[in-house]
Design a protein around this ligand. Structure first.
Ligand code: AP5
Length: 215
């Protein structure tokens, strides 16, 4: 599949992508994960991105497009890809459209995870993430805690709270989402590419997404 996953912070884009990749081997490309790996590795991109990320602001479009132009042309993308957290602004969506046209790739759909604000707020304050860049498994202290507290089930690395998970940054991310990213719902609807999924239980949501992709 070649899809975009849209939805507010905490909607479950990363969690759903992890389940979907088991269905056909499409790669999960999360711009948030790539940026966090760069921050951790202390690259130039990471240094530039960190100040925006910690406040819950968006990283400038050009930095994201330079990064994605390279990533989308890597060999593993030939199997299909799920874009999580990208595009996030109208200019990014326009630039993605041009890039895909240039490399002759067509998207199947943009899937909007339509999850209510009170649910995403609760999920974001209780999310925990594996600190190992190669793993980054997502947990939730309420609904899906690691078997041993603070330790990743898959690789044993520490499970941490992200640095943009302070209450102030979370509220800002939701506001930034409403202003800069939510307009993409109409953008893809106008292109006839939008599908929505709104189930709250993970297995039901994944099935809903798969059903929508078939129709
Ligand atoms: P990013 O990492 O993309 O964060 P986000 O979009 O805010 O999304 P999240 O990762 O917070 O949420 P999610 O929807 O993936 O939810 P998850 O599956 O984890 O971006 C971070 C920052 O990077 C941005 O603020 C920005 O600065 C920068 N950035 C990234 N991309 C950019 C771009 N394109 N342009 C500019 N800047 C960019 O689930 C959340 C929690 O809920 C978890 O605990 C999970 O276990 C739980 N959960 C999920 N689904 C369910 C369910 N169905 N039932 C119960 N629990 C569930």
């Amino acid at each position: 599949m070649r899809i975009i996953l849209l939805g507010p912070p905490g909607a479950g884009k990363g969690t759903v992508a992890n389940q979907l990749k088991a269905t056909d081997g499409s790669v999960h490309i999360s711009t948030g994960d790539i940026l966090r790996n760069n921050v951790k590795a202390g690259t130039d991109l990471g240094k530039k991105a960190k100040e925006y990320m910690d406040k819950g602001e968006l990283v400038p479009d050009q930095l994201i497009m330079d990064m994605m132009e390279v990533r989308l042309q890597e060999a593993d993308c030939a199997k299909g890809f799920m874009l999580d957290g990208f595009p996030r602004t109208i200019p990014q969506a326009d630039a993605l459209g041009k890039l895909l046209e240039k490399i002759n790739i067509k998207l199947d759909a943009a899937i909007n995870l339509d999850i209510p604000r009170e649910v995403v707020l609760d999920r974001l304050t209780t999310r925990r993430t594996c600190n190992n860049s190669a793993c980054q498994t997502i947990y939730n202290v309420k609904t899906n805690p690691p078997k041993v507290e603070g330790k990743c089930d898959k690789c044993g690395s520490p499970v941490i709270q992200r640095s943009d998970e302070t209450e102030e940054a979370i509220l800002n991310r939701l506001e930034v989402y409403n202003k800069q990213t939510a307009p993409l719902i109409e953008y893809y609807a106008n292109k006839g590419m939008l599908k929505s999924a709104s189930k709250l239980k993970l297995d039901e949501l994944v099935q809903e997404v798969l059903n929508k992709l078939k129709n």
